[in-house]
Design a protein around this ligand. Sequence first.
Ligand code: ATP
Ligand code: MG
Length: 367
Amino acid sequence: MKDRSKEDEVADISINNINKYFGDVHVIKDISLEIKSQSFTVLVGPSGCGKSTMLRMIAGLEDINSGTISIEGQVVNDLPPKQRNIAMVFQSYALYPHMTVFDNMAFGLKLEKRSKDEINERVQEAAKILQIEDYLKRKPKQLSGGQRQRVAIGRAITRKPKVFLFDEPLSNLDAALRVQMRVELAKLHDQLDATMIYVTHDQTEAMTLANDIVVLNEGEISQKGTPMQLYDKPDNLFVGSFIGSPKMNFVSAKVVSSKSNNTEVEMLNSKLIINRFSSNITIGDNVTLGIRPEHLLVNQDADASWESKVFVVEKLGSGTFLYLEKEGEPLVVETEGHSNIKVGDTIKVGFKADRCHLFDKSNEALK
Ligand SMILES: Nc1ncnc2c1ncn2[C@@H]1O[C@H](COP(=O)(O)OP(=O)(O)OP(=O)(O)O)[C@@H](O)[C@H]1O
Ligand SMILES: [Mg+2]
């Protein structure tokens, strides 16, 4: 993060015990969250978990049933969206089709009755940052999807907001463009020193863009942390399966012994001592062992291993995914790109104990 020389352009957002109901449905359940100035915070979670509702409440587009939202120490619950100094970019670009790119970007400033010179200067500056200077005279339909999304972001930038809110802004773009725009957003965050809150259901976007990720599940925060904290130490099975691609493998296991930081489990007829512990665990408990595809070993020495038949082979160039099954449990293994393993081969799949996660009966992680 940069120094705070532009202190007047940044914002801390403090969310305290907010609740939101749509009719009888409790959509946001007592969420509290601190968002640091100039951070890039990503709200991630499956469809319907409340991401857009959270953003809309911060923007002032949705009322809150209880709790407070503060920006720079000021409670904004009753402040209309216009006065919050926030700009929002949506998945659908919502550009005015009959206006040029310039006029689309200038629209908000004209409403604010800014001078012609100031409008011109701000639009040119935003266009330069987003590299759309050559398109200012075009209409939106004469642009590609990525260029249109840049105009939508440009329209947000010209207003010089303290906070940018993005609601799945890249979902309508093709895969290559999504990656390109993702990099551009990261650069933009660096250039603008603004606070950005970004909503997505795409864990790759969350991992690559965020300083902090907030994983939401059914209106509650499942875990908050840096991308690598969430990857290395998921608090629960939901986060374990949501962060990482392909997703973490899960295998049923039984606790054999449990003492001083170690839990011994039996699974798939092997025993494994794992350096995780919880006082909630007792011998005989059913637990879930989690291991990521990239941490399983193929035909190598390991702490526990099995022979398994390969059902599907996916070659991605940089890596190969092998799909296996063991006692009805599916397993995905990632191995090297130039692997010779074919469908129908039997391989030895190895687990290293220090790569394994354990989750108790209530799906909470053993630490
Ligand atoms: N205006 C509304 N009236 C009633 N229910 C609503 C309304 N808006 C959202 N909901 C419900 O609130 C829940 C959260 O919706 P929200 O749009 O915040 O989800 P989301 O996480 O953004 O999902 P997605 O990834 O699909 O965009 C959903 O169950 C949704 O059906
Ligand atoms: Mg949404």
